[in-house]
Design a protein around this ligand. Sequence first.
Ligand code: PHE
Length: 348
Amino acid sequence: MLDGLPKELKEKLKQIEQEAFLELSSQSFDEKSLEDFRIRYLGRNGKLTQILKDIGALSPQDRPTLGQLANTVKGTLTQKISELSDTLKKSQREKLLQETQIDITLPGRPSYSGSFHPILKTMDDIVDIFKRYGFQVAEGPEIESDYYNFEALNIPKNHPARDMQDTFYISEDVVLRTHTSPVQIRVMEKFKPPLRVIVPGTVYRHDADTSHSPMFHQVEGLLVDEAVSFAHLKGILTYFVHELFSSETQVRFRPSYFPFTEPSAELDIGCIFCLGKGCRVCKHSGWLEVAGCGMVHPAVFEAVKYDTEKISGFAFGMGVERLTMLRYHIDDIRLFYENDLRFLEQFS
Ligand code: PHE
């Protein structure tokens, strides 16, 4: 009976081998079906495994030949499976690479970079010019006491000069500063002369139309030393105008009034649009008003306990919006605060 067995097993082995290779060549596999195939033949209860177990039960004479044969079949099958699995993995990787490929020839998405607001740009430019003249930057609070905004600047309560600046009151003694001049007082209280400061800042006045905004910007300047004269003031401001506009720009100092300077003047520049011929912007005068200035009033020095016998100084204040409108030919102040990108992008 045992004699018949090896022959039968050999037949069965051949049959399994044929079956397996037929399946392998006629079917296209994916990872899952290949694994199923492997289990069906080589798994613990696989067809080939079963035969190997049966061969183990054969007589010692029959075992080696059949064993060898079975092992060869097993070897070829294992190798074939691993080859197929390799090809599958490779083609999967290629597919993934194809799908995730980046076309580096496509045009890029534009990236928008921010830019300085024209007001800030002008303010920086002004400050930079004065820094080169040896001025140091100082700043002060926007919510200011009546004392610094008015009183110490020689503008007592009920003084008609208070009407020059329409004030936002927070309480009886606290205001939104109407100008950057209070910083003059704050700086002089803290430091002894000589001093040169330039003060950029935001100020507030109850006023709104095409050339006035309730919130706007000023740059204040203050220089205090021994024997400072009006000639120094004229010299520095003339240099400044030539740097901010052009060396051709005309300059004129027109007598004016401020409670905290004496004498006081208004700085005018020759109209940069019509070059003095007269146009709509300069209201046909040929001149544009750009800053207030004057020699620091002795009452102001007294408020900060400076010796009026020994020292003198000058101060000036200019509106940044107005200067920016002139520089860039902008005719409505409200454009600065709408933050319309089409407007702002022109200054980047
Ligand atoms: N503070 C004044 C204003 O706002 C400008 C000014 C400053 C005038 C300094 C003289 C000196 O109108």
